[in-house]
Design a protein. Structure first.
Lengths: 309, 437
């Protein structure tokens, strides 16, 4: 036997339901106790250290003891002589790597969604560098880029080009690292693009064919605009990745020669290495704020465009 | 009902947090003595070839003499990365029983009074030369024994090239540059630069301290007190200028920006380069593969402006310390007493050719010591040595190696490099909380 509403419905509006308390319980899918383990892990491993970081950024901290120094660390960090180089490099690196990943990822994505023999194999080949550890990539490319014995310069010598000391020369060090970063990261961008392009309904392409459009029209007016969500993901992922870039730079140049390929992250790391724990924590707090200030509006802006399409 | 549910949740959260945090305090030191009286000591050393070979010679000889004590050696990276590992492990109570670490200013940053066993007046120190003790002491208390030998920091040079081109060991910077000219004309790289290992770029500045002290005797004290600076003290700034001059004259090898320390030593021993500003301790590890490094490579201090005041800058040996958290202090002290005794020096000599004189009473440099060590001994015998600045002042900026790479690659003018280093030093002094900064 089914239960029925007592009395007539008098108008629109919510169905008169049970009391507030039980409705709230229905909103939370599980009892609170089930959230607890995750909450504890999150709290101990993320929230507490983050809160502590904000405190220790205000202290002179030797690991053995800490003295409260107010905002001195922030002042000293901002007075860091190579900070402007670091800022410039960080932005350059983030823009260059995310830009190249978008362009190359899109082109590779289009190529690898076309009817191609060996398509599956080529997709694996493009994705493969993403699976290799960044440090291993860094060490390998440091060897390949050596001026006298490296494969890159030997290959260039075969075609008569005199290669240079790619990582030891101030003018090419950061660029070389950025290109290696693109080599390593373009696989992920390609996969995102492949997924984006494959989700475009084929009717659109048929419509272009009916209207007599060629390959360029298909790309320019269908693939490019409709893969915007993929572009958006690639930009966000690689731009934030570029802003925090550290591992590849550290394994390949350690911010050198001199300070020429330093980024914010490597400056902070060097301060940490020097034992300036309070100062480097202050730097991290600033980096956190900067990434937030750049990433949140970017996310908002790109998300809007996504809705518009 | 609802309230008690929440209370239970909160209580559980507190308990779990407590449990999670308490399991972080595991101890890295060896456990106490076993039932049969045998003890295992853990020994942390840096991973350079010289240190690991010396540590192996010491532990092997010690374990042969003391079968009931076993020593397990573990390695860590060198440089500032290693400094951090040591600091972190000391501050978390996770340090090995005994550990190998620099003497001088780096020791001061470890807060030895809180973290290490005080050895002042202990018979452990009986074999240590008195004038070594200041570099392992803080506030008059001594904490370590010397492991290894004195090291010279200056120019390692290829004697075969000097012989062939009939050159003399230079006594002034001008003579040195004249030699470089002759060497370059002969088609040989005059000066080896290995800036991929950026620490190697500092030697022209750090190794010049003998000359700084000769010109400004109170430099170390005034520098610590923030009264003199590198920039504006011509004798101190000279190191930066030398570095820039060597690059500007095109004396450096091709690819100096990505060459490594190992490659540099190899170039020098094989005669592809004539001079290498380096520590004499770089030589012994390569003798097995490059025997000529023992005979063909000599040492001279970085020459200054005045031939009558010529000498060498020396680095005191690193030391072995006992962590306060060790549960085997008696066994650890036995090990340290052995390290500071002539038999230990003999064991080390057999495994690793010494880079200079020992700091242990009664330990002698062997007849067949490497040439660079003999050259250094000559400076010591004449009394023409000065300890490097880092042994007489706690102030040392962490970015010197990047600054010297930039100056030595022609990216930064020397005066600006010196000024940058002064700022770097100021930052460190503030972080150490030194008086007067």
């Amino acid at each position: 036997m089914t239960r029925q509403h007592v009395g007539p419905r008098t108008g629109p509006g919510p169905v008169p339901g049970p009391g507030r308390a039980s409705r709230r319980r229905r909103d939370a899918a599980y009892p609170y106790a089930l959230y607890l383990p995750a909450a504890v892990v999150f709290g101990v491993i993320f929230l507490v250290p983050t809160a502590m970081a904000f405190y220790f950024a205000l202290t002179r901290w030797t690991l053995f003891d800490s003295t409260f120094v107010g905002l001195d660390n922030f002042r000293d960090f901002l007075a860091e002589q190579n900070l402007s180089i670091g800022f410039g490099n960080t932005l350059f690196y983030a823009v260059l790597t995310s830009g190249l990943k978008v362009v190359l990822g899109l082109l590779l994505g289009v190529l690898l969604t076309s009817r191609l023999r060996l398509r599956g194999f080529l997709r694996s080949v493009v994705f493969f560098p993403t699976l290799v550890s960044t440090v291993a990539v860094g060490i390998t490319f440091s060897m390949l880029l050596k001026p006298d014995t490296g494969l890159v310069n030997e290959a260039l010598a075969v075609v008569g080009v005199d290669g240079r000391d790619w990582l030891g020369d101030a003018s090419t060090a950061l660029l070389s690292v950025a290109l290696v970063d693109v080599w390593k990261g373009v696989g992920l961008a390609t996969v995102i693009y492949i997924a984006g392009i494959m989700s475009i309904p084929t009717e659109y392409y048929q419509a272009v064919a009916v209207d007599g459009g060629g390959a360029w029209h298909r790309f320019r007016h269908i693939t490019l605009p409709l893969s915007w969500p993929a572009t958006y993901s690639v930009i966000i992922l690689s731009f934030i990745g570029g802003l925090r870039s550290f591992d590849l730079i550290w394994t390949m140049t350690r911010g050198g020669p001199g300070f020429t390929s330093d980024t914010i992250a490597s400056i902070i790391y060097k301060q940490y290495q020097a034992g300036f724990f309070g100062l480097s924590t202050a730097g991290n707090v600033l980096l956190f704020l900067i990434v937030t200030v750049i990433a949140v509006p970017l996310n908002h802006f790109l998300g809007k465009r996504q809705v518009a399409v | 009902m609802k309230t008690s549910h929440r209370m239970a949740g909160a209580a559980l959260a507190v308990l779990t947090t407590a449990a999670l945090t308490s399991c972080g305090s595991g101890s890295g030191a060896g456990s106490g003595p076993a039932a049969d009286g045998s003890v295992t000591l853990k020994f942390l050393v840096d991973n350079s070839m010289g240190t690991t070979a010396t540590a192996k010679a010491l532990t092997d000889a010690f374990m042969r003499a003391n079968p009931q004590i076993k020593i397990e050696t573990e390695t860590r990276p060198g440089g500032s990365e290693g400094d951090n590992i040591v600091k972190t492990r000391l501050s978390t109570g996770d340090m090995s029983d005994v550990f190998w670490y620099n003497s001088g200013s780096l020791l001061q940053a470890l807060n030895p009074a809180q973290t290490m066993v005080d050895l002042t007046g202990d018979p452990v120190l009986a074999g240590v030369q008195q004038d070594y003790l200041p570099v392992v002491s803080q506030d008059g208390k001594a904490y370590g024994v010397p492991a290894g030998t004195l090291t010279g920091g200056g120019i390692l040079y290829n004697r075969k090239i000097y012989e062939r081109l009939k050159l003399k060991v230079p006594k002034t910077w001008a003579e040195f540059m004249a030699n470089n000219d002759t060497i370059k004309a002969a088609g040989i790289t005059p000066v080896i630069g290995t800036f991929k290992d950026s620490w190697t770029s500092q030697l022209f500045v750090l190794g010049d301290f003998f000359n700084v002290q000769a010109a400004v005797p109170a430099f170390a004290r005034d520098y610590t007190a923030n009264k003199v600076k590198f920039a504006g003290t011509p004798a101190a700034q000279a190191g930066f200028e030398h570095l820039a001059e060597v690059h500007a004259k095109g004396y450096l090898n091709e690819g100096f920006g990505s060459a490594t320390n190992d490659q540099g030593v190899k170039m020098l021993a094989e005669g592809k380069g004539a001079h290498y500003a380096m520590l004499s301790s770089a030589l012994p590890p390569v003798i097995a593969t490059l025997p000529q490094a023992a005979t063909d490579v000599g040492f001279f201090g970085i020459p200054g402006p005045d031939a009558s005041r010529n000498g060498a800058t020396v680095w005191e040996p690193a030391a072995v310390y006992i962590a306060k958290t060790s549960e085997n202090v008696a066994a650890a002290k036995k090990f340290l007493a052995f390290i500071a005794s002539p038999p230990a020096a003999e064991a080390v000599t057999a495994a690793v050719p010494p880079t200079g004189p020992y700091r242990i009473k009664g330990a002698e440099l062997p007849e067949d010591a490497i040439q660079a060590a003999k050259d250094l001994q000559a400076y010591v015998d004449e009394g023409a040595t000065a300890p490097a600045l880092e042994f007489v002042s706690p102030v040392k900026g962490p970015s010197l190696e990047q600054i010297t790479v930039a100056v030595g690659s022609g990216l930064t003018p020397p005066a600006e490099g010196a000024a940058q280093y002064d700022k770097d030093v100021e930052k460190q002094a503030k972080q150490l909380g030194l008086a007067g900064w």
